[in-house]
Design a protein around this ligand. Structure first.
Ligand SMILES: [Zn+2]
Length: 95
């Protein structure tokens, strides 16, 4: 009768169980270094689809990683994107 419930809780929350992850990567426009980050695939999709903003989808990420994701999302939407790696950001700040 019941649903085939394997190992317990799948309540659709943002738990810390074995969630599928995906890699988001972007190449720096200046030095061409590629930076990537492993993120929860479902959170990323929610963000790409506009269901959550970057802070809601990834509350624990650093500002650098949020910037990376924002640029990857723009690229995936076909929008203008301009990713600079953290080192190049710093160099720009010094210039
Ligand atoms: Zn760079």
């Amino acid at each position: 009768m019941g649903l085939p419930s394997a190992t317990g809780r799948n309540q659709g929350g943002l738990g810390m169980q074995t969630l599928l992850t995906t890699e988001a990567a972007a190449q720096c426009r200046n030095c061409h270094a590629v930076n990537g980050i492993d993120i929860v695939a479902e959170s990323f999709r929610a963000y790409i689809e506009g269901a959550a903003n970057v802070q809601e989808a990834f509350p624990s990420l650093s500002a650098d990683h949020r910037e990376l994701l924002m640029q990857v999302a723009r690229r995936m939407r076909g929008e203008f994107h301009w990713y600079l790696c953290p080192e190049c950001w710093e160099k720009m700040g010094e210039a």
